[in-house]
Design a protein around this ligand. Structure first.
Ligand SMILES: *Cc1c(COP(=O)(O)O)cnc(C)c1O
Length: 392
């Protein structure tokens, strides 16, 4: 049995007609830049995340980049982020001329460890920190109560890299009340990616920044269009970071399905957990299941969970590289997110040495299994059987 890591054909079966008519609608409208599809999607995503503003941009990477540019982060500034993420998180910091400072990850959630963020802010380097970029890795929010608290104490803006986590919910604690907040809605702004493999993926590149801050949203709107206001008058330097209306139209077809897809992914994750629990792999410490942390369910009587949207279902395993080769030879898709932590990337070699032992360990031990919504129980059984066979 072949089990792909992701199968976009499975959703195309029921989306194809609507996607094609959405694209046709844009083609026939001749509104090929900005226009009503982009504004409608911005409003729909802002509502979906319960925030005031959504600003469509060309990609998740550009969502992060434009946020740093709008904050005026540049030469001589430092930005705190996670060493365990997709390259874009760090790439944008370097591109504006700033220097990344890495706060190591928590061993269970793979997300940035707030106590490490505090260490940096308390040190000498803390004085030049101009932003914090936590990443909600694999679709699970970082510990935002702690991070937002620290950032507020030092008066530093938080840019959430929510590229993998649109619609994930986090039990945010404010003055000892718990509020369910959406990924991206807790910091100054949140950045989404519509790369096709994300839970909400376009039919090409796309991204969005969401924010509650009206002034910041207005700045982003200027920035994504070369900082022009009015046309051909430039008070600031932006770029061409506009979202394509064809992407906006396609994403509007998909958005109504998103919560259903999150639910299917979470059910698949629960099913894997059950299947693995029936093997000896957990007791023998061959694998560690994904860990959902920061649940405040007990305090709140069952309403405040950290809802993981499982953009990826990631195990920590023994003999990781051999397991990956074994799965691939058996036609089971899998991937390593990510084999080299950011602080060890070659392009950083002139920036000195960094040490993030948890990120380094994660890079050696993690593996992502197929988790897409249309994955079937029999495919999951097959995946688990093959993993058992490998360790036997
Ligand atoms: C996908 C991703 C990005 C970049 O998004 P693009 O749309 O591909 O530019 C940034 N950060 C993280 C964590 C991502 O997973």
């Amino acid at each position: 049995m072949k089990v792909p890591l992701l199968d976009l054909h499975a959703q195309l079966q029921y989306l194809q007609d609507d996607l094609i008519s959405a694209v046709t609608r844009v083609v026939k409208s001749t509104r090929y830049i900005q226009g009503p599809e982009v504004s409608a999607l911005e409003e729909e995503i802002a509502n979906y995340c319960s925030v005031g503003y959504g600003v469509g941009v060309s990609s998740g990477t550009d969502a992060l980049l434009i946020s740093l540019m709008a904050l005026g982060v540049g030469q001589g500034d430092r930005v705190i982020t996670s060493p365990y993420s997709f390259f874009a998180t760090m790439g944008v910091i370097l591109r504006v001329g700033a220097v990344p400072v890495f706060a190591d990850i928590d061993s269970k959630s793979f997300n940035i460890d707030p106590s490490k963020v505090a260490d940096i802010l308390n040190s000498d380097r803390g004085k030049t920190v101009k932003a914090v970029i936590p990443v909600h890795l694999y679709g699970q929010c970082a510990d935002m109560t702690e991070i937002i608290g620290l950032a507020a104490e030092y008066d530093i803006p938080v840019i959430e890299d929510a590229a993998q986590a649109i619609g994930a919910k986090y039990p945010f604690v404010n003055n000892s009340t718990v509020i369910q907040k959406s990924a991206g809605s807790m910091g100054l702004c949140g950045c989404f990616s519509f790369f096709p493999s994300k839970n909400l993926g376009g039919i090409g590149d796309g991204g969005m920044v969401i924010t509650e801050d009206r002034e910041f949203a207005e700045k982003l709107i200027l920035m994504r269009n070369h900082g022009a206001h009015p046309k051909y008058f430039h008070k600031m330097i932006g770029g061409n970071f506009r979202l394509d209306p064809i992407q906006a139209a396609a994403l509007r077809v998909k958005l109504p399905y998103l919560n259903g897809w999150h639910k299917k992914r979470a059910e698949n994750a629960t099913h894997y957990n059950t299947l693995f629990a029936e093997t000896s792999l957990l007791e023998n410490e061959k694998i560690v299941l994904p860990f959902s942390v920061y649940d405040r369910d007990e305090e709140s009587g069952g309403n405040h969970k950290n809802h993981h949207i499982y953009n990826q279902y990631v195990l920590r395993v023994k003999r990781r590289d051999e397991l990956r080769d074994w799965l691939l030879t058996n036609d089971i898709g899998c991937e390593i997110y990510y084999p080299v932590p950011l602080h060890q990337q070659e392009c950083l070699k002139d920036y000195g040495k960094f040490s993030c032992p948890q990120a380094e360990k994660a890079a050696r031990e993690t593996i992502a299994l197929p988790i897409y919504p249309e994955l079937t129980p029999s495919m999951q059984t097959h995946v688990v059987e093959k993993i058992v066979e490998f360790y036997n």
